[in-house]
Every structure is written in structure tokens, then in C-alpha cells.
Design a binder for this molecule. Structure first.
Ligand SMILES: Cc1cc2nc3c(=O)[nH]c(=O)nc-3n(C[C@H](O)[C@H](O)[C@H](O)COP(=O)(O)OP(=O)(O)OC[C@H]3O[C@@H](n4cnc5c(N)ncnc54)[C@H](O)[C@@H]3O)c2cc1C
Ligand code: FES
Length: 356
């Protein structure tokens, strides 16, 4: 038998590739769907489990950028998948749920972020997930399970009702056949399906009951800010080494950009005019304040999420003027060359005009 040497598919190039084709839409729960994508030409994806992508979605008459975790596993590089919760009133999550169908194309930048077991390899993990915050932890679990790494993983999956537990069946299947994985569901409210197991916000007693050896584990947490704060409090109070605690927020409640240190250069001491062309609003912004922060203070609502220059949600076209931008990977070099800026981490160095 002869084997023909066919060229292996190329890999996705984060600097030049930006198109994903939707191949499947899967229903996870009442308000959570998974969208599976491939790249044109069958390009393969290299990423660390837990990383995310920034999607550019045309909806509501404009282009919105939102981050979604690659919930898929990099051990299966032909596809990536995101799992999205429908947020009441949310622009992009509702658009994806209601409109995106197989064959549709979306622009995306990936991979981004450093919330990953690949950054913190360990023999034992404790994953604590609440709601759709399960996505990065699911990616990490799928990768460890696929590789049969033998890593000892305790996966705590929290939801309001049993029927809201994201990835429930898959988690139960993995835990049933992989002896290194233990699963604990936690329910915080009442639903149609009865539940006699763990209930309520995480407490020290709960964590000790589920993972008595939690102090020996690398801990990864993702969920609403209140949930993550509760876990942080429990671990700190228990004397856990917080250097081994890692968390990712989807909402970034506080405006972190407001806390960034001031910039000493001369232009920073002046106050500049920032004009937003679509709304026609003009905001005064000194050279030490990110434009997003000044706009918010002046009552101009702009899309934003991380406020750390990471997620790309605040990306906007600069039509005129100079800014100093210190980003954290949420914008590509060619986007900067094309005049795009991240408003959460850009401070004016002259009067500036922004297409927003
Ligand atoms: C790194 C990162 C990874 C993410 N991964 C995922 C993921 O895997 N799956 C996923 O579903 N989402 C994920 N998100 C959140 C996602 O980017 C969007 O914020 C979310 O889908 C809401 O967008 P929207 O356009 O529907 O709502 P928007 O129109 O932006 O917001 C509408 C309203 O809902 C509020 N809101 C926004 N997000 C939430 C929320 N999560 N819970 C409650 N209220 C909210 C807003 O404050 C606003 O009042 C991630 C975010 C980040 C930063
Ligand atoms: S809000 Fe995330 S990059 Fe600006």
C-alpha cells in the first residue's frame, strides 16, 4: 500500500488570519449555546486551554467587539468553539443566539489571555466555575482528559438551578470514566429538578468537604465577581498560598483604567479635547486619564469590558490627533497602523477625534 504525502493544513496565523466560519450551533441549556467554528482552508488552531478570542460582530448598526473563551480543547486543533450565555438586553450574546447559523462568517482575533493551566502546570487542580464561567475551566479539563495527563482535578460547577449547569452531561461522563477527575455540582437556588447535594455560595466548610486537600492544589476560578470574591475570601482566610490562586473575570465590574498610574511627560499635564464624531460629544481629558474614563465621567457611554487593554471591546478608530496607548494585547499591530486605538488605555497627547 502506498501512502501519498499530502500537505498538512497550515496553522492559524494570529497576525494575519481573522475569519472564522460557523459550522454548528449546539444547545447547552435554556440560555446557553455553543458555536463551533473552523478557519477557511482548514487552518488549525494553536492556543493554550483557557485562552479567549475577541469577536467583531456586525449588529445594531455598528461593529461590536466582545471576548469569548475558546471552550474547546487545543488537543483537537481543527475547530474552535465558544459557549455563550444569553444576557437579557445584551447586544452581542442575543445577536449570536438569534442570528448566527452554520455557514456564517465572523471576524475574530485569537488567541488572547493567560488564564491557563499551561501557565501553571501542577499535579493537582481545583477548578471552581459558576454559570458560564465554566468555559475556560472546561477547556482546561477537556485538554487534560484528552491527553490522559493523569492530573488530579476536582471540578466544582455552580449554577442557580440543576437545569442551568453548563456542560453537566459532558462533565458527568468525563468524571465517570476518568478516575483522576472528581465532579461536584453546587446549586444556589430552587429549580424543577430536586437537588440534595451542596448548596449556596462557596464556604470554607464546603470547599473542605469537596476537596479536603485543597491547600495542595493549583486553584482556577471563573464566574461572577461576587462568586470569585467569595472564593478569594475563603482561601485567604484558610491561609491558602494565593500565589497558586488564579481567576478570570468576564465582567471586570470596576474601571481599572482609572487606577493606572499617571504619566509624567509634559503633554500629560495639559487638558485636551476629545471629540466623538457619531454622538457629536466633546469631552475634556487630561493627559493622565484614559479617554474611556474621561468619557464615562462626562456621561458618554462607550463599549468596554476589561478596561485593561486586553479584551478589545473599546477598540475605536482615531480619525485625528495623538494618543499614548499602553495596551495588554487587545489590539493587533496592523490595527494600530490602521489608526485604531483602545480607549481604556489611551491618554491624549493632543486634541483627538474618535469615530464613535
Ligand atoms: C476574557 C473574557 C472571556 C469571556 N468569555 C465568555 C464566555 O465564554 N461566554 C460568555 O457567555 N461570555 C463571555 N464573556 C462575556 C462576553 O464578552 C460579553 O460581555 C457578554 O456576552 C455580554 O455581551 P452582550 O453584548 O450580550 O451584553 P452588553 O450589551 O455588553 O451588556 C448588556 C448589559 O448586560 C450586562 N452584562 C454584561 N455581561 C454580563 C454578564 N456576564 N452577566 C450579567 N450581566 C452582564 C452589562 O453590564 C450591560 O448592562 C467573556 C468576557 C471576557 C472579558
Ligand atoms: S475595555 Fe478591554 S481593551 Fe479596552
Amino acid at each position: 500500500m502506498s501512502v501519498s504525502a499530502s500537505a498538512a493544513p497550515a496553522w492559524w496565523d494570529p497576525d494575519t488570519d481573522d475569519l472564522l466560519i460557523c459550522r454548528a450551533v449546539l444547545t447547552e441549556t435554556e440560555d446557553v449555546k455553543t458555536f463551533v467554528f473552523e478557519a477557511p482552508g482548514g487552518r488549525r488552531f494553536a492556543y493554550a486551554p483557557g485562552q479567549f478570542a475577541n469577536f467583531e460582530v456586525e449588529c445594531g448598526g455598528g461593529i461590536e467587539t466582545r471576548s469569548y473563551t475558546l471552550a474547546s480543547t487545543p488537543t483537537r486543533p481543527d475547530r474552535v468553539a465558544i459557549t455563550v450565555k444569553r444576557i437579557p438586553g445584551g447586544i452581542v450574546s442575543n445577536h449570536l443566539h438569534d442570528r448566527l447559523k452554520p455557514g456564517d462568517a465572523l471576524k475574530a482575533q485569537l488567541p488572547l489571555g493567560d488564564f491557563s493551566t499551561a501557565r501553571h502546570p501542577a499535579a493537582k487542580y481545583l477548578f471552581l466555575a459558576a454559570g458560564v464561567g465554566a468555559t475556560p475551566l472546561m477547556s482546561m479539563l477537556r485538554a487534560e482528559d484528552d491527553l490522559a495527563s493523569g492530573a488530579d482535578i476536582v471540578f466544582v460547577n455552580v449554577a442557580r438551578r440543576m437545569e442551568d449547569l453548563v456542560f453537566r452531561r459532558e462533565l458527568e461522563t468525563i468524571a465517570a470514566r476518568n478516575r483522576a477527575v472528581r465532579l461536584a455540582h453546587v446549586v444556589t437556588g430552587e429549580g424543577a429538578e430536586p437537588w440534595a447535594g451542596h448548596r449556596g455560595r462557596p464556604t470554607r466548610a464546603m470547599i473542605e468537604a469537596i476537596a479536603p486537600d485543597f491547600r495542595d492544589r493549583e486553584v482556577f476560578v471563573c464566574g461572577p465577581d461576587g462568586f470569585m470574591a467569595a472564593v478569594r475570601g475563603v482561601l485567604a482566610e484558610a491561609g491558602f498560598d494565593m500565589g497558586r490562586h488564579h481567576e478570570e473575570s468576564f465582567t471586570f465590574g470596576a474601571d481599572a483604567s482609572a487606577e493606572t498610574p499617571t504619566v509624567p511627560e509634559d503633554p500629560a499635564e495639559k487638558t485636551w479635547r476629545v471629540t466623538f464624531t457619531r454622538s457629536g460629544k466633546v469631552v475634556l481629558c487630561d493627559g493622565t486619564t484614559p479617554i474611556l474614563t474621561a468619557a464615562r465621567k462626562a456621561g458618554v457611554v462607550l463599549p468596554s469590558s476589561c478596561t485593561k487593554g486586553l479584551c478589545g471591546t473599546c477598540k475605536s478608530k482615531k480619525l485625528d490627533g495623538e494618543v499614548e496607548m499602553k495596551h495588554a494585547g487587545g489590539i493587533r499591530p496592523r490595527e494600530i497602523e490602521a489608526g485604531q486605538v483602545l480607549l481604556c488605555c489611551s491618554r491624549p497627547r493632543s486634541d483627538v477625534t474618535i469615530e464613535r
